[in-house]
Ligand binder design. Structure first.
Ligand code: ACO
Length: 343
């Protein structure tokens, strides 16, 4: 595990970097556990007990990752008090792009009219939002770009095998966004600890559709374009790795668990969140949790939860917030924010 090059100094460097606005979007269609009971051999009781999920959102047929991204982005830009033309970089994380190329950042940029923005796509599965935030922080801190729109957006429903009960009940669609820019000294992104381990990539992946196994009648027949996961192994690694990342970033910044007002974890599974909370000895009441309503929205989940907690007033100026993620790759990260500080 390595700390980002400038992470530790981000809040105190020459250019403090802040989140100036947030936005989120979830599709209108709700898919409940009862609906799933009619689709696969499962029960509401099993899903609630094993995952904490009660419902998730599913995008309409003609609604794509770029549409959800553009709407969340539009809301974040408005929240920051900016015009879309003021955005100079769109940084979009997704594992469910509209197309293999061009990147979904370009497609979302076109839809939201951020006509002066450069568009970069990024893929870090469920860690995508935090990886993109860290990249945005570094770009702003270096002076390369001033107003960056970070988006995590997913149409997970498009990459699920709807006959596989062990995966199709777990995921949902949505998007979360944040505008990152220079802020006032003493507030903003304090630092981050990110990590990756490609040797474990086969525990969670979509096997076909890339250059290793291009789409063919055989890959379609074998269901290889759908997400596959070794649930138990992913669970085990998620708990130990997220706990370790959280401890490491607190140690680096001399913080105790009592100093953390809010933890925003990747919303993979209520049992993973509970296990991490118990190991860190941080009460569950200080975790922002919405997995019961959205399921696992992969790269969108932290952005969705952050926006919700800012909007409903839980997160306030001066609060120390920890974002905590784990996903396919494997990828993971912990990021500390001191909320507020926008100009
Ligand atoms: N309904 C009913 N029974 C089910 C269902 C279902 N939806 N799914 C699986 N089962 C059955 C299994 O077939 C198995 O039956 P068996 O004992 O007869 O073989 C039984 O339930 C137990 O299955 P397990 O896989 O052992 O169940 P577990 O308690 O491990 O829970 C789960 C499964 C929820 C997937 C869990 O392992 C988990 O949450 N893992 C982490 C998943 C995750 O976070 N993934 C995302 C990571 S981030 C990213 O990048 C996408």
């Amino acid at each position: 595990m390595s700390e980002s090059a400038h992470g530790a100094e981000a809040g105190n460097g020459p250019f403090p970097v802040v989140i100036a606005g947030t936005g989120a979007y979830a599709p209108a269609r709700v898919l409940t556990n009862r609906d799933l009971e009619r689709m696969v051999h499962t029960t509401d009781e099993w899903i609630v007990a094993r995952t904490g999920m009660r419902e998730r959102r599913v995008a309409a047929d003609g609604e794509f990752t770029s549409d959800m991204a553009a709407e969340a982005g539009r809301r974040a830009i408005a929240d920051a008090g900016l015009d879309p033309a003021a955005i100079d970089l769109v940084l979009l994380a997704t594992i469910t792009p509209d197309l293999p190329f061009p990147n979904t950042a370009c497609l979302a940029q076109g839809k939201l009219g951020a006509k002066n923005a450069v568009c970069i796509g990024l893929e870090a599965a469920c860690s995508g939002f935090v990886f993109a935030l860290e990249a945005a922080r570094a770009f702003v801190a270096s002076g390369a770009w001033r107003n960056i729109l970070v988006i995590g957006a997913e149409k997970m429903s498009a990459v699920l095998d709807w006959s596989d009960r062990s995966t199709c009940v777990l995921f949902g669609d949505g998007a979360g966004a944040a505008v990152v820019q220079r802020g006032r000294r003493g507030r903003g992104i304090i630092g981050s600890v990110l990590g990756s381990d490609g040797s474990l990539s086969d525990l969670l992946q979509i096997p076909a559709g890339g250059c290793r196994r291009p789409a063919s009648a055989a890959t379609v027949a074998a269901g290889e374009h759908a997400l596959r996961m070794n649930g138990r192994e992913v669970f085990r690694h998620a708990v130990t790795t997220m706990t370790r990342a959280a401890r490491e970033i607190m140690d680096r910044h001399g913080l105790r668990t009592d100093d953390i007002r809010w933890v925003i974890p990747h919303q993979a599974n209520m049992r993973i969140i509970r296990a991490v909370a118990a190991r860190l000895a941080i009460p569950e009441s200080r975790f922002v949790i919405n997995v019961e309503r959205y399921g696992n929205t992969s790269g969108a989940s932290v952005g969705l939860a952050l926006d919700e907690a800012v909007r409903d007033g839980r997160i306030r100026e001066g609060d120390t917030v920890m974002l905590l993620v784990f996903g396919g790759g494997f990828t993971w990260g912990a990021m500390l924010l001191e909320w507020g500080g926008a100009k």
